[in-house]
Design a protein around this ligand. Sequence first.
Ligand SMILES: Cc1cc2nc3c(=O)[nH]c(=O)nc-3n(C[C@H](O)[C@H](O)[C@H](O)COP(=O)(O)O)c2cc1C
Length: 357
Amino acid sequence: MFGALRPLLFRLDPETAHGLTLKALAALPAGRGPAPDPSLETRFAGLAFPSPVGLAAGFDKDARAWQQLLGLGFGFVEVGTLTPRPQAGNPRPRIFRLPADEAVINRLGFNNGGLAEALTRLAPNGRLGVNVGANKDSADRIADYAAGVRAVAPCAAWITLNISSPNTPGLRGLQGQALPELLAAAAQARGETGPPLFLKVAPDLDEAQMDTIADSCLQSRLAGLIVSNTTLARPETLASPGAAQAGGLSGQPLFQPSTEVLRGFARRIGSRLPLVGAGGVSSGAQAYAKIRAGASAVQLYTALVYHGPRLPARIAADLSLLLRRDGFRSIADAVGVDRDLGPGARVQALEPQPPAP
Ligand SMILES: Cc1cc2nc3c(=O)[nH]c(=O)nc-3n(C[C@H](O)[C@H](O)[C@H](O)COP(=O)(O)O)c2cc1C
């Protein structure tokens, strides 16, 4: 079905195609999805997911189809980014496909209908997380994050503080000196009994910035780190005409750099704070590489655009073959086994093979 639809969708402007896809999904009954292999269950930060393959934030910003998205076979779904007040975002066009690179560039700028509207569609679910951000014109961005945490706490299994969108001017500055203040304000808004707080960071960080972020995270009551958002870098390998567009790059060209930043955090943080890997995951082998680098779970977005709705179940199936091939009985056994590969070490191509008889 997706094979036949993809050329039609790809003839439409990417944002129009995305809007239609979400509408179609929201109109479907929410299926239960294929049951993943029990070895794929992953537990961290007090959460338990049947598969470590999740949907990254931004696909369902306004929480319109999260039940249906869970039904595609994702182990967990993160909606948002939601800001306190509705926001139009940047002028269109603002999403660009880079088909030759299996990538996307977006400069949406946190377009969303605001917290209050999305809350009408949220319901408590152990596999549903909410990603919150700050309005572009906010006079107090930290207060926006605190307001987001307070608002969604009753119906989010976890809350992600997104301080790494490249499309809200100055937002990534929160990864620096202001980070301890942000984390303290969010922890206070969460209270004693609220859901775990995750922080989502950029892939464009040098060693000193990673040190600072890791220290702040370990000193706060943060429950996990998501590595990473889109990149401002433009690798020389990009071959699509859209490569010069301004915005954040996601998809295949982000896989290697985001995995190295993930490994860098894994080395700094060890098993003291769980990590979630995002950036260019489109196969079981790539999900496995992120897990081996230190992720307890992975998230994807761009690969869904190129490979369609069967992708999460396919990745899960390949991942369980890879675990079995290497003698791991659970995801937890494989987390971080490649953490200490040297900086810049290439991630091995790990093709799934049938299990030994
Ligand atoms: C069109 C688009 C919109 C996005 N919007 C958000 C967002 O609102 N909040 C967020 O935290 N990440 C957002 N992201 C980043 C993704 O969640 C993810 O971190 C990134 O794309 C890397 O994963 P991928 O290579 O699998 O797409 C967006 C990505 C894309 C492509």
